[in-house]
Design a protein around this ligand. Structure first.
Ligand code: CMP
Length: 138
């Protein structure tokens, strides 16, 4: 069993896609073991995306991620990291496979509806960034 962090980003929440994302998780045996709605401050978004600090899109990304509410979730399942990344599709929606969340709903490389951890180490950091152990129901 593996855990990963999933986020429905501000564009996804604003466009009414929370249910669509959750439906796909439930249909694909990714169990939601923690979930909450948050509105990140700029500082919180900068901490979450600290690995991207030197990237040219950092300012814009952290501004976007703190622009409105997000839904953050901890998912659990067999190979949860890779399977959820498969459901999301590539970061750039133009390169995302048919039928993926980003291919169907993203409007921009930044406004790409969802986020998911990319490796076990990042999942551990990202889950711990938003949830304490009493909020994770396993
Ligand atoms: P995410 O999976 O949350 O990880 C970093 C985010 O930066 C990414 O999704 C995009 O929303 C955003 N981003 C904006 N521009 C780029 C870019 N050129 N390459 C990668 N990520 C980008």
């Amino acid at each position: 069993m593996q855990r990963t962090l999933a986020i429905v980003k501000p564009d996804g929440v604003q466009r009414g896609l929370i249910g669509e994302v959750i439906r796909r998780l439930e249909q694909n045996q990714l169990s939601i073991i923690a979930m909450k709605m948050i509105h990140m401050t700029r500082i919180q978004a900068e901490g979450f995306y600290a690995v991207h600090r030197e990237r040219p899109f950092f300012e814009s990304l952290t501004s976007f991620m703190s622009s409105g509410p997000c839904v953050v979730m901890v998912l659990e399942g067999e190979k949860a990291i890779a399977r959820y990344r498969g459901l999301m599709g590539a970061t750039n929606y133009k390169e995302a496979a048919e039928g993926t969340i980003r291919r169907e709903f993203a409007t921009d490389i930044e406004k790409n509806v969802v986020h998911g951890s990319d490796a076990p180490e990042t999942a551990a950091f990202e889950i711990g960034y938003f949830f304490n152990r009493f909020e994770i129901l396993r």
